[in-house]
Design a protein around this ligand. Structure first.
Ligand code: AMP
Length: 396
């Protein structure tokens, strides 16, 4: 049984075809610049070199039609016909409070996703375009919606409420939602599996550190708290996002810049590592610059390291203890130096780090010492696999 996994952005589309017998990726690809000049597709049939083609795509439907034709192509395809495809799983960024788990797409579900789109105006409409495109090109094929927010819906109100007048929660749904839920869910469950433990018995802090970063407290297999909030800008400093700041800074910036959009652009797209250093939003560039002595890069790095430390310690306090810390995503999986600095001087919390074991990238591995009270692990994330598994489950 094969599943198509789709992740639609406003002008992009990422896809994978996964054979669920053995959970193997058969093909993957990326379409960029949809609706713009120079749109192109990069398609890889696993085992062959990637093919890149410049193709004008006016919209997501055209892009998905092309992707589907690639999937049945004699040379680059992985399906004999669309009958082999059990269905499509879609990444949906925001499910609001409405969607607490993945669901089979119906007209009512589409309406529900539209309703919460005010909370993710850039992402949800693009995600919906993917659903509509598959409905149009492959009518009758089941579609499943998998939400970035749903794993965090187990948070108690003490974790998700902001201390502003309650009516803004009731009337405007202003609260913490949290994101990267499929990743936090996957790596926390996988960590328990690797350790041979029941997730119910574990207090885990999952650190998803990439261009966008978030940390989650997972107690007994359920999310208790997470660092991202109403939007993806809260929490740690990120590539271009500011993370936690005093709300008064926003008021000050509004007065200075005169428009909500200008402030939003600043805190979402011009802040974080890029804003602090003026060099780059990419961690590798910042580490390189810091090594060459760039003071601003050194400080930016330290702010991120302090941020991750603070979340690990505060979530340990919130969970009443700590059993496992998991690192994942681009920086978490590859940042050897970064992980070492985060875990340095954390013995007071029961973390005894193993610098030798830590010299690894992108592999499942325990990177704490055998006698460490807290197990520190590297678990590469696999959001596409979670989407495919949920899709299969919902279709069944
Ligand atoms: P992601 O959003 O998960 O793709 O992660 C992207 C981030 O991972 C970027 O900031 C990259 O610089 C960072 N990254 C990738 N490789 C490395 C590496 N070897 N060391 C440190 N950071 C890395």
């Amino acid at each position: 049984m094969k599943i198509l996994v789709l992740n639609c952005g406003s002008s992009s589309l990422k896809y994978q075809v996964i054979d669920m017998d053995g959970e193997k990726v058969l093909a993957k690809g990326l379409v960029e610049r949809i609706g713009m000049d120079g749109s192109k597709i990069k398609h890889t049939k696993i085992g062959l070199d990637a093919v890149t083609r410049e193709v004008p795509f006016a919209n997501h439907t055209e892009a998905i039609r092309y992707v589907l034709n690639m999937l049945i192509d004699k040379e680059f395809g992985v399906l004999a016909s669309f009958d082999e495809l059990a269905g499509a799983g879609h990444r949906i960024v925001h499910g609001g409070e409405k969607f607490t788990k993945s669901v089979l797409v119906t007209e009512e579900v589409i309406k529900g996703i539209e309703e919460v789109s005010t909370l993710a105006p850039l992402h949800n409409p693009a995600n919906l375009q993917g659903i509509r495109a598959v409905m149009e090109v492959l009518p009758g094929k089941p579609n499943v919606a998998v939400f970035d927010t749903s794993f965090h819906q187990t948070m108690p109100s003490a974790s998700y409420l902001y201390a502003i007048p309650y009516e803004y929660y009731e009337k405007n749904s202003v609260r913490r939602y949290g994101f990267h839920g499929t990743s936090h869910r996957y790596v926390s469950a996988r960590a328990a599996e690797i350790l041979g433990k029941d997730p119910k018995d574990l207090r885990i802090v999952t650190c998803h550190l990439g261009n966008g970063s978030s940390v989650a407290a997972v107690k007994g297999g359920k999310c208790l708290d997470t660092s991202m909030g109403l939007s993806t800008a809260e929490g740690l400093i990120m590539g271009t996002r500011c993370g936690n700041i005093d709300p008064s800074v926003m008021v000050f910036l509004m007065e200075q810049l005169g428009s909500a959009k200008a402030v939003s652009d600043m805190v979402q797209k011009k802040s974080g590592l890029l804003g602090l250093t003026g060099i780059s939003s990419d961690m590798r560039d910042i580490e390189e610059a810091a090594e060459k002595g760039d003071e601003k890069s050194k400080v930016a790095l330290q702010i991120l390291i302090n941020g991750v430390k603070k979340y690990i310690a505060s979530y340990a306090a919130e969970m009443g203890g700590l059993d496992v810390v998991v690192f994942t995503a681009g920086i978490g999986e590859n940042g050897i130096d970064f992980r070492e600095k985060v875990c340095a001087d954390m013995e007071f919390l029961g973390i005894k780090f193993d610098e030798e074991a830590n010299k690894v990238r992108g592999k499942e591995k325990i990177i704490s010492a055998p006698d460490s009270k807290v197990t520190v692990m590297l678990v590469p994330t696999n959001e596409e696999l979670v989407i495919a598994r949920d899709t299969l489950e919902c279709i069944k």
